[in-house]
Design a protein around this ligand. Structure first.
Ligand SMILES: [Zn+2]
Length: 472
């Protein structure tokens, strides 16, 4: 009889404190993380609100400020121990009106092509530009054409992405194309969008004007518009184009990164940082890039709090601004923590779209991550055990460059990423809810294991890295 009542008491306690009991057993905690994540609509609802209430979240817009408020509110609702804003100074560039691109066929006949302004582009002269076109599909053509071939012309950069990996090889046509041809006297630039999607939706992205080079207007055409352009040019090499671009750059503006954290119970000054960018281009809801990433990192706090997982280290979540143009949100954060009393053990940046997650890339020597056999095994049942250690990209990333903080990424399936990227295709409806939730769970699991097993051994890092991190 006594035994029986003890059993009843134990089972009642068990149902009241399921996670406290499970916390000793990582398998059970991870199971509860996945269970919680897959039964919660909160990150999906958060994403819907960011996309529908605050599309086109560039610095200087009402939409970005609205998104900052939404994120702040959600972090508070999710139970973050503290939530605050970090002021950031950023660029207020904007597209005022959709550009006009017309192929002039003569006798008042023309074809309108669907285009979008490139980020940071200047406007055209008030009446626009009418000029002949030079098509370029290879960087070396620029120097061989020179001033004789380019002066007074509009240049059509026509490099075609065939697969996701082409982006890295071709992005120069958008970023540097204008300056490269302005040097030889070109007066405008039209590029084929950097996309893998054959449709009539143009994709924007940032461009840069080199110092001491004339700033000429630049736009991107949809894939289908670029095809039409190419065909018409082949029929008539003397074809003229009319180009009008309407942009404004009011200069610097003040805005904020948002931060929310759970204080570590044992090492409050040691931080695991999760980042995703809140800004999105003017022509998009920014669901995959990167509203979804923001929704996922915010959800990590909710999962930890709902499951009453008390981390030993501090978990800091930072949706930041202006990744798309100058990365000022991260750059200024990197500067602000330089003399900090705290140590950032790792930054995990979540900005690869919302595909099926399958692991993590980590920009560090593998030996820095101890007990790997033990904790990698725990990732296997959830198919997130692919770990890629390397140092190949971190050099250009502000928190690594300045503070030598290890950079990690959530890896997910991304073959269709450039169908959406920087375009009107990147809407809430394009995000798969299960993938979104699995990403939150993968992140929460990874952070839980790093925290629980004290995985990162900072003493095994390169001397200069340790110095940069330990200068407190
Ligand atoms: Zn992004």
């Amino acid at each position: 009889m006594r035994k029986f009542s003890i059993l009843i008491v134990l089972s009642i306690l068990g149902s009241y404190f399921p996670v406290c009991k499970a916390q000793k057993n990582p398998e059970k905690v991870i199971k509860s993380i996945y269970n919680n994540s897959q039964h919660s609509d909160k990150s999906y609802e958060m994403l819907r609100r960011i996309c529908k209430e605050a599309p086109g979240r560039l610095p200087g817009t009402h939409e970005l400020e609205k998104a900052i408020e939404l994120v702040k509110e959600t972090l508070i609702q999710n139970g973050a121990d503290s939530v605050w804003l970090i002021p950031v100074i950023s660029s207020g560039w904007k597209e005022v009106k959709k550009p006009i691109v017309q192929l002039i066929l003569g006798d008042d006949k023309y074809i309108n092509l669907n285009a979008v302004s490139l980020g940071q582009s200047v406007s055209s002269a008030e009446k626009g530009i009418d000029a002949q076109v030079v098509m370029i599909d290879n960087k070396s053509q620029i120097d061989s054409l020179g001033e004789a071939g380019l002066k007074g012309k509009i240049v059509f950069f026509n490099l075609k992405m065939q697969e996701r990996r082409d982006y890295g090889k071709m992005v120069w046509q958008r970023v540097q194309g204008s300056s490269l041809v302005a040097e030889y006297g070109a007066i405008g630039v039209i590029i084929r969008s950097l996309t893998t999607k054959y449709d009539d939706v143009p994709h924007t992205g940032v461009m840069r004007y080199a110092d001491n080079t004339k700033q000429i207007p630049a736009v991107a055409l949809s894939w289908q518009a670029a095809d039409s352009f190419e065909i018409n040019l082949q029929k008539n090499p003397d074809l003229k184009v009319h180009l009008e671009v309407f942009c404004d750059n009011p200069g610097l503006i003040n805005t904020n990164n948002v931060v929310g954290e759970i204080k570590g119970s044992k090492y409050p000054n040691d931080i695991f940082l999760l980042t995703g960018h809140l800004d999105a281009w003017f022509n998009t809801e920014g669901a995959n890039d990167d509203g979804g990433g923001v929704a996922q990192i915010i959800d990590v706090i909710r999962i930890f709090k709902e499951l009453k997982i008390r981390p030993k280290h501090t978990i800091r979540i930072m949706p930041y601004i202006d990744e798309e143009q100058f990365n000022s949100g991260i750059v200024q954060y990197a500067a602000s923590i330089a003399d900090d009393k705290q140590t950032h053990l790792i930054e995990i940046e979540v900005d690869n779209g919302i595909g099926v997650p399958y692991g993590f890339s980590i920009q560090a020597d593998s030996s820095v991550f101890t007990k790997q056999v033990k904790w990698r095994k725990l990732l296997e049942p959830y198919q997130i055990d692919m770990l890629r250690f390397s140092n190949s990209y971190a050099e250009s990333w502000p928190l690594y460059q300045k503070n030598k903080i290890i950079l990690g990424h959530l890896l997910c399936e991304d073959v269709h990423y450039f169908d959406y990227h920087h375009s009107a295709n990147d809407v809430f409806e394009s995000v798969d809810k299960t993938n979104l939730q699995s990403g939150s769970a993968a992140l929460a699991t990874f952070i839980y294991l790093l925290d629980k097993m004290d995985v990162i051994d900072n003493s095994k890092r390169k001397p200069e890295e340790i110095k940069a991190q330990m200068s407190r």
